[in-house]
Design a protein around this ligand. Structure first.
Ligand SMILES: Nc1ncnc2c1ncn2[C@@H]1O[C@H](COP(=O)(O)OP(=O)(O)OP(=O)(O)O)[C@@H](O)[C@H]1O
Length: 224
């Protein structure tokens, strides 16, 4: 699904942040990406989406070499990737259900109302469908953000510290939804510095843990 071969990256004017990164995210896999603040987790995710271009090496996505894709090609590829951030922005004047449907609205696609209702039920927000975003709790916002991230049925879901602002119970609930997505066949990668959370969810999913350290990305051992 994503394949990196000897990838390197540094922001302009900065030091090399990632180097010699070689890995494969197999279809249907579940990965955690961990590492200290500033190690490059967000940067890694932005390389996966084609938002950033590596300074060396090769990134393949869905069987295509990203370097050979046109701007439109990258845009098409991004539609196959759902991204969940730590702080999701909503349009505060629109009810939750319309916020969740935004990716359909902005790409002029029809809204399948039963499917949309099903999605809201899946994230436990049926009762809040008409609520405005400012009235939602942090956990509700993140579950709405997850619904929006998957409304275009992406093959790959990337989550960047999705539980950063949530308490333990809400964090687990969100992660369980990500595990369910994975069970339904989606490839999932969750960046988090919260090792306790990884330990807590591990019995429920066959996850591999990637650790960024010193610019390298390596598989962590079982002694997490
Ligand atoms: N657009 C940018 N231009 C220059 N430097 C950047 C840019 N974005 C991030 N950086 C730097 O790159 C390094 C890695 O940042 P990144 O956000 O990828 O780390 P992270 O592991 O996700 O951190 P955190 O856990 O704090 O979110 C940091 O030193 C950061 O300041």
């Amino acid at each position: 699904m994503i394949e990196m071969q000897d990838v390197g990256f540094g922001y302009r004017g900065g030091d090399q942040l990632l180097s010699h990164v070689s890995l494969v995210l197999q279809p249907g896999s579940f990965h955690f990406l961990t590492g200290p603040s500033g190690a490059g987790k967000t940067t890694f995710l932005r390389l996966c989406t084609g938002e950033l271009t590596p300074s060396g090496g090769r990134i393949g996505a869905f069987g295509r070499d990203m370097a050979e894709l046109s701007r439109d090609g990258i845009a098409l590829l991004r539609r196959r990737i759902g991204v969940l951030h730590q702080d999701t922005q909503f349009l505060d004047h629109l009810p939750l259900v319309e916020n969740v449907a935004l990716p359909l609205t902005v790409s002029d696609r029809p809204i399948d109302m039963p499917a949309l209702r099903g999605l809201l039920a899946w994230v436990g927000l049926t009762a809040h469908a008409r609520a405005l975003p400012p009235s939602l709790s942090g956990g509700e916002r993140q579950r709405a953000a997850l619904a929006r991230a998957v409304i275009l049925s992406p093959d790959l879901v990337l989550a960047d510290e999705p539980t950063g602002n949530l308490d333990e119970e809400m964090s687990m609930r969100l992660l369980e939804l990500l595990v369910e997505l994975n069970r339904s066949g989606k490839t999932v990668l969750v960046a988090t510095h919260d090792l306790n959370l990884i330990r807590a969810i591990k019995p429920q999913v066959q996850a591999r843990v990637l650790r960024i350290s010193g610019g390298r990305v390596q598989l962590a051992g079982a002694d997490l």
